[in-house]
Design a protein around this ligand. Structure first.
Ligand code: SMO
Length: 701
C-alpha cells in the first residue's frame, strides 16, 4: 500500500450527513412528493392459522376517495422471492403479496385499498370483511444442517459437564423510520422510480424485476436517507411487491408508509431461537467437547435472509475457542407467527449466548475464575488463521489480549473484592463477562471514482447507509488515496441509476468490503491520473474479500439486584473490541454504543409476546418495552486494531459487536448476583418480574 499523507483514515471527522439530518433536510421515503399518488392501506388477517373463504370488499369500494380494492387472486401469478440458502432448504413456502387461501399468521395482507389519501385508505380497510375457517397449525422443519468432528486424541479425560437451555425472546427491530415505499410511474417509458426504505437497493430492483417479470432497466431504486434498518429492511415485503404491481397496473404513482402497528405485526421479527448445549471439560478446565442444538423460527413466508439466523446461531460456534469435539445441529422451523429475519447480529448473539453461558457454568462447576477459564481455551494468536469444523476461517487477532485488557481496565480484582464485601452486607451484586466474535460478511461490493478537472472527485458506491455515516467514512478513504481533502469528495450511495451494482449494508460488511472497493477504485484512478489520462477520469472496481473478517472483543458487566423487588441496575459496563483498522473512531464508537443499546434491550426489556390464540399482545410501544436513552447505562469503550488480512483496508465489522457481546455478559452478571440464592438459570428479558420470580424459587429450594 502506498504511504498516505495527510491521514484522514483514522480521524474522527464529524458526520457530513448530520448537516442535513439535524436540520430536517433529510430525504426519507415518506418525504417524497409525488403527483396525485394513490395511497395504499392493507387489510390484515386477524386470525391464524385459518383458511380464507371469502373477502367482502363492496363496502370499502363504496367508501370516500377509493380508487380500487384488490385481493389475492389478482396477484396469484407472481412468483416467490429469492432466499439465500445458507443451509439447504428442500422446498420454500409460497410467497403471496396478498393472501389467496391459507392464512399462516396474523398481520398478513389479505386485501389492499388504493385511495386519494392515507386516511381514506385506512378508513376503507375497516370496511373489509373476511370469512375464515380455522386452519391447521404449522410446525414444520423446512431446513436443517449439522456439523460433527471426531477427535481421537482428546487433551484430557472428562471431569466436568455443564448444560444450558436458552429461549431467546422474539424482538421487534423497530427502526425509527418504519418501512416505506414511494413509486413514481414514468408514463413516457412505462417504467418506475422507486424510493424505498431499504438497506439493499440493488436487491430491491432485481427482486422486483424478477417477481413482476419485467426488465430491471424499468425500475430505478433510490434509498436516499434511511432511518434505521437493523436487518429488517434487507428484503422485499409483500407490501412492496403490491405497491409496484399497483403502479404498473394502474399506471399511477403509489405511496405506502407503514404504521407502527404494521411494523409490530408484519415487519420481520428477530431471534426467538431456542437452543440447548452441553460443554465437557477436563479437570484442569480444558474444553473437550461441545454439543449444541438450535432451532430458529420462520414465519409464513421467507425474506431473503430468513435462514441466516439458523445458520449463524450454529456455525459461529465454537466462537474463538478450541474445542476438539463438536456436535452441532441447527434447524429452521415454520410456525404461525410474524415472519422472522435477520436482526442486528442475526444468529451470532444466539451462538455467543450459548457458549458464554456454558463457560460461566463451567467456571462455577470447576471453581476456575471466568477470565482464566476463557483464556485457557481461547485460540492463541499463533493458531490464527484457524479453520473450524463449522466452516469458519477465524482470520486474525489476539483474543487473549482482549480479555487481558478487559481484566486490567475494569479493575477486575478490585471489583471482586468489593463484590465480596457487599455480599457480606446482604447485597445481591454480580460480575459477568463474555467474549464474543463477530464475523462480518463475505462477497463483493463495488465503487466508481470520477476525478474532475477542477480537482474534486466523486465516489459512487454500490453499498448503502442507514444512518451509519458512510458518506463521511468513504470520503475519508477516498481523500487519503487520492491526495485530496474529504470536502473535495462527493459521495453517492443507493441509487441504482447512479451507482454501480452492489449488495448493500448488512452483516457488518460495508466498511470492510465496500470501503475496500472505494480504496481500489481510488488507487486505480490515481494511477491513471499520474499516467496523464484526460479528465474526467473514471474507474470502477468490483472488490471481493478473501473470506470473512472476524471482529471480536469482550464485555464486563456489574449488576446489582434489589433483594426486595428484583429490580436490576447495571452499575458498570465496559468493553474491549478489536475493530480492525478504524476509518473513523467516532463512527466506530457510535456503532458499538448502538449495538450495546440493542443488546441491552434484548437482555433486559424487550419481548414480543403472542397469546394462546396467536394474537399479538405487544403491538405498540405501550406494551413492547423499548429502552429509552435513560434506561441504557453508560458504556466504557476501549479498542485496539489488528488489521484483518481478508480485505485491503484491514477493516473488520463492528456494527453487531454490542448485540453479540453484551447480552451474554449481562446474563452472566445477573446469574453471578443471584448465585448465593442458588439461581442457576435465567431467561431474557431480565425484568424485575423475571428476577424476583427466580429469587423466590431460589430461596425456597
Ligand atoms: S442483521 Mo444485518 O442487517 O445483517
Amino acid at each position: 500500500m502506498p504511504s498516505l499523507l495527510p491521514a484522514h483514515i483514522g480521524a474522527s471527522n464529524p458526520r457530513r450527513e448530520d448537516a442535513r439530518l439535524l436540520r430536517g433536510q433529510g430525504q426519507y421515503t415518506d418525504d417524497i412528493k409525488l403527483d396525485r399518488p394513490l395511497y395504499v392501506a392493507f387489510a390484515r388477517s386477524q386470525f391464524a392459522p385459518a383458511i380464507l373463504e371469502h373477502v367482502e370488499i363492496d363496502d370499502a369500494l363504496n367508501s370516500d376517495g377509493i380508487f380500487a380494492v384488490h385481493t389475492g387472486a389478482e396477484l396469484a401469478h407472481l412468483g416467490n422471492l429469492s432466499v439465500n440458502e445458507v443451509i439447504n432448504m428442500p422446498s420454500a413456502p409460497r410467497f403471496c403479496a396478498l393472501l389467496e387461501h391459507e392464512v399462516r399468521a396474523i398481520g398478513q395482507p389479505i386485501a389492499a385499498v388504493l385511495a386519494d389519501s392515507p386516511a381514506n385508505a385506512s378508513d376503507a380497510v375497516e370496511l373489509i370483511y373476511a370469512d375464515m375457517i380455522e386452519g391447521e397449525a404449522c410446525n414444520t422443519t423446512i431446513a436443517s444442517h449439522s456439523w460433527q468432528s471426531v477427535e481421537n486424541d482428546m487433551p484430557g479425560a472428562p471431569h466436568h459437564s455443564v448444560e444450558v437451555a436458552i429461549q431467546h425472546p422474539r424482538l421487534a427491530p423497530s427502526a425509527i423510520e418504519p418501512r416505506a415505499i414511494a413509486v413514481r410511474y414514468e408514463t413516457d417509458t412505462d417504467s418506475v422510480t422507486v424510493w424505498h426504505s431499504t438497506q439493499t437497493p440493488h436487491r430491491t430492483r432485481s427482486e422486483l424485476a424478477a417477481i413482476l417479470d419485467i426488465h430491471p432497466s424499468r425500475i430505478r431504486v433510490i434509498a436516499r436517507d434511511v432511518g434505521g434498518a437493523f436487518g429488517m429492511k434487507a428484503s422485499l415485503y409483500p407490501e412492496d411487491v403490491f405497491a409496484l404491481w399497483a403502479a404498473f397496473t394502474h399506471k399511477r404513482n403509489i405511496k405506502w408508509t407503514a404504521t407502527r402497528s404494521d411494523e409490530f405485526m408484519s415487519a420481520t421479527h428477530g431471534r426467538g431461537t431456542t437452543s440447548t448445549g452441553r460443554l465437557t471439560l477436563s479437570a484442569d478446565g480444558t474444553f473437550l467437547a461441545l454439543t449444541a442444538k438450535t432451532s430458529a423460527p420462520l414465519g409464513p413466508w421467507l425474506p431473503n435472509s430468513a435462514l441466516v439466523p439458523a445458520w449463524n446461531a450454529a456455525r459461529v460456534l465454537p466462537s474463538g475457542y478450541l474445542v476438539p469435539k463438536l456436535d452441532i445441529q441447527t434447524s429452521a422451523v415454520q410456525d404461525n407467527f410474524t415472519p422472522t429475519g435477520i436482526y442486528r447480529g442475526a444468529g451470532r448473539p444466539e451462538a455467543n449466548m450459548l457458549i458464554e453461558r456454558l463457560i460461566d457454568k463451567a467456571a462455577r462447576a470447576s471453581g476456575i475464575d471466568p477470565f482464566t477459564l476463557r483464556r485457557r481455551n481461547l485460540l492463541p494468536p499463533s493458531a490464527l488463521p484457524h479453520d473450524t469444523v463449522t466452516g469458519n476461517r477465524l482470520d486474525s487477532g489476539d483474543y487473549i489480549r482482549a480479555l487481558d485488557l478487559l481484566e486490567q481496565l475494569s479493575g477486575y480484582q478490585t471489583l471482586r473484592q468489593e463484590q465480596s464485601k457487599r455480599r457480606n452486607q446482604g447485597e445481591l451484586v454480580g460480575i459477568g463477562i463474555a467474549f464474543y466474535v463477530e464475523p462480518s460478511g463475505s462477497g463483493w461490493e463495488s465503487a466508481r471514482i470520477t476525478l474532475h478537472k477542477n480537482g474534486t472527485a466523486s465516489v459512487a458506491s454500490g453499498s448503502s447507509s442507514q444512518g451509519h455515516g458512510r458518506e463521511t467514512s468513504y470520503a475519508q478513504i477516498a481523500a487519503d488515496h487520492l491526495g485530496l481533502t474529504p470536502d473535495q469528495i462527493e459521495v453517492t450511495l443507493a441509487d441504482t441509476d447512479h451507482t454501480p451494482k452492489g449488495i448493500g449494508a448488512l452483516a457488518s460488511r460495508s466498511t470492510a468490503i465496500g470501503g475496500s472497493a472505494v480504496q481500489q477504485a481510488c488507487i486505480e484512478a490515481k494511477r491513471q491520473k499520474d499516467k496523464g489520462a484526460p479528465y474526467p477520469i473514471t474507474t470502477t472496481s468490483r472488490y471481493e474479500n478473501e473470506g470473512q473478517a472476524w471482529g471480536y472483543g469482550a464485555y464486563l458487566i456489574q449488576m446489582s439486584i434489589c433483594p426486595d423487588t428484583g429490580t436490576p441496575t447495571i452499575e458498570k459496563a465496559i468493553c474491549v473490541d478489536d475493530t480492525g483498522v478504524q476509518i473513523n473512531p467516532a463512527l466506530v464508537k457510535d456503532q458499538v454504543v448502538g449495538g450495546f443499546a440493542q443488546g441491552f434491550g434484548e437482555a433486559m426489556m424487550e419481548h414480543i409476546e403472542f397469546d394462546e390464540d396467536n394474537q399479538l399482545l405487544t403491538g405498540s410501544f405501550m406494551d413492547y418495552a423499548m429502552p429509552r436513552a435513560n434506561d441504557v447505562p453508560a458504556l466504557e469503550m476501549h479498542s485496539f486494531e489488528t488489521p484483518s488480512p481478508t480485505n485491503t483496508l484491514g477493516a473488520k465489522g463492528v456494527g453487531e459487536a454490542g448485540t453479540i457481546g453484551a447480552p451474554a455478559a449481562i446474563l452472566n452478571a445477573a446469574l453471578d448476583a443471584l448465585a448465593p440464592l442458588g439461581v442457576t438459570d435465567l431467561n431474557m428479558p431480565l425484568t424485575p418480574c423475571t428476577l424476583w420470580t427466580a429469587m423466590q424459587k431460589g430461596r425456597t429450594t
